[in-house]
Design a protein around this ligand. Structure first.
Ligand code: SAM
Ligand code: SF4
Length: 357
């Protein structure tokens, strides 16, 4: 089937998505145009900010791709104080970001669970309960998710990383801390508790095929996610997966695939929130803006205090490491204006898909 006819379909098979993911040139342009059209119609030409606070790089896990995995002894470990997190949240609020996202490695001690509860109280008090709070704190029990939800967190981001269980197994150590089914169960629990549920995958991983990526798109549709953050895999020299670097697609092709994945996701899940990931900007300084043009409607400006950013290195060449939060805000604002989209200042920008459930 030719691409224009294919793009007018309501449902896509895995084979059709593989065909679309293979498109280049004029055909790729048609996909991007369709995604922009769907975005404008279903979620509007508007971009929402989530001020990203990388609260700590302490992690109990050992995902084979991640620079802050527990086994990497070259990392200087840090943990922001509550005051530093609240200050960053206040910065977001004062600058009318509408939302924040708090991210850490995975820690699940009783102290940590309580600390987050108290921290949510402190943030809400300092910001007049006006910020939409997203958490991305890894796999936790249903009870923990409920406790944080009851303290005002409304969204949770937990990427499945790869929805194909054989591929997932190749990216994680073979032990009970890295279990595909447990991660899926967490996503179900988050939905049960009442969060806007976000997931996502990495694109351009070793061993990954276009069939895997097509499966990822269909999987996200099947579990009916409210929001997605997905981006290119970028190798880190202090990780076990680095040994496969010679098998990877060139970085510009991973970038290209990530844009096509974003566009196709917008086409098949019209009213969800899709983040333009920082990893795109690591490859192309205008990477996030390119994603906005083909369907993304959320960006996550980094508002972590500058002194710590260098220690939250998931991959090489992470952008904005040396910028203060303010610099990031100003450069981002100018860049988004260039895409023709408006910034939803002061709005939480909740997932339309979630609100219309
Ligand atoms: N620890 C939590 C978790 O794993 O869900 C949240 C923080 S974790 C650092 C956030 C995301 O970083 C992961 O979901 C993963 O997709 C991404 N990430 C880790 N290493 C990466 C790499 N080398 N390239 C691209 N993304 C990476
Ligand atoms: Fe830890 Fe998350 Fe990195 Fe895995 S991806 S090692 S859980 S920080």
């Amino acid at each position: 089937m030719n691409i224009s006819n294919l793009l007018n379909k309501e449902h896509f098979s895995k084979e059709e998505l593989v065909q679309l993911l293979s498109c280049e040139g004029d055909e790729k342009t048609k996909i991007f145009e369709k995604a922009a059209e769907v975005k404008a119609k279903y979620v509007g030409k508007k971009v929402y900010f989530r001020g990203l606070i990388e609260m700590s790089n302490l992690c109990r896990k050992n995902c084979l791709y991640c620079g802050i995995r527990a086994g990497n002894t070259n990392v200087h470990r840090y943990d922001l104080t509550d005051e530093e997190v609240v200050e960053a949240a206040k910065f977001a609020w004062e600058n009318r970001y509408g939302s924040i996202a708090i991210q850490t490695g995975e820690v699940n001690t009783t102290d940590f669970v309580e600390r987050i509860e108290n921290l949510l109280d402190k943030i809400n008090q300092a910001t007049n309960h006006e910020l939409g709070i997203t958490l991305s704190l890894g796999e936790q029990t249903e009870e923990t998710y409920r406790r944080w939800f009851n303290k005002g967190a409304i969204r949770y981001l937990l990427r499945i990383e790869a929805s194909n269980r054989e591929l997932y197994a190749k990216l994680h150590p073979n032990d009970k801390h890295h279990d595909f089914d447990a991660r899926v169960e967490c996503l179900k629990n988050l939905r049960k508790v009442g969060y806007q549920v976000g997931t996502g995958v990495m694109i351009g991983l070793p061993f990954q095929t276009l069939e895997h990526l097509a499966e990822d798109l269909l999987w996200m549709q099947e579990i009916d996610v409210d929001m997605v953050g997905m981006g290119p895999y970028i190798e880190h020299p202090d990780t076990p997966l680095f040994q496969h670097k010679d098998t990877l697609l060139p970085i510009n092709e991973r970038f290209n695939l990530a844009l096509k994945m974003t566009a196709l996701l917008r086409i098949i899940m019209k009213d969800i929130n899709i983040a333009a990931p920082t990893a795109l900007q690591a490859i192309d300084p205008l990477g996030r803006e390119k994603a906005i043009k083909v369907g993304a409607n959320v960006v996550m400006p980094n508002i972590t205090p500058g002194a710590y950013r260098n220690d939250y290195k998931l991959y090489e060449n992470k952008p904005c490491i040396d910028d203060a939060a303010d610099d990031c805000k100003n450069c981002l604002e100018a860049r988004i204006q260039l895409t023709g989209d408006e910034i939803g200042y002061g709005e939480q920008g909740n997932s339309k898909h979630f609100c219309q459930r």
